[in-house]
Write a protein that binds this ligand. Structure first.
Ligand code: TYD
Length: 153
């Protein structure tokens, strides 16, 4: 009888072993004047990474959800520049929701975590500071794939 060889699928090790506990809520400085406020984020000062890209979500219809993906190698700081919304982070074991509602508070999300954004207030603006340029191949958009990769860590 021939030997039965069990072939194992190679395990993709591209995902960081980060957990939801690696996310941090960062209090940003607020310069208050009678004419209004300013908040500044400097590369590698208020945040641990260097910013390569800034984008913002706006005109978000009521009830809409955004995100629904993980990044292999991308650090982000998410700020409710206006209004409020919920950010749900997930490491395939633990899920945690942070409500952002102040322009001087940011949520840092490191690589390798699933995130979903929802419950946007009307007219809200979600400002995102990102550590890399846009690269679709950095995304994992299928939760079951994410969960599978994460559980091998
Ligand atoms: P996506 O990241 O999926 O949005 P969200 O996570 O906010 O729901 O991006 C939505 C679309 O915008 C998608 O077609 C890719 C495009 N996009 C860019 O071209 N450049 C970017 O920097 C970002 C963030 C998105």
């Amino acid at each position: 009888m021939g030997m039965v060889q069990q072939l194992k699928m190679p395990i993709n090790t591209e995902l960081e072993p980060s957990t939801v506990f690696d996310c941090t809520v960062i209090q940003l400085p607020r310069i208050q004047t009678l004419a209004g406020s300013i908040t500044v984020v400097n590369n590698c000062q208020e945040i641990s990474f260097s910013i390569q890209r800034v984008y913002y979500l706006y005109d978000i219809p009521t009830g809409e959800a955004r995100g629904g993906h993980a990044h292999k190698k991308l650090d982000q700081l998410i700020i409710a520049a206006s209004g409020s919304f919920d950010v749900r982070v997930d490491d395939a074991r633990i899920r945690h929701t942070v409500t952002l509602s102040r322009p001087n508070v940011g949520l840092y999300i490191p690589s390798g975590l699933w995130r979903e954004l929802d419950d946007f207030s009307g007219g809200s603006i979600c400002l995102v500071l990102a550590s890399t340029l846009y690269n679709e191949s950095d995304y994992i958009r299928d939760y079951s794939v994410f969960s599978e990769l994460k559980r091998h860590k």
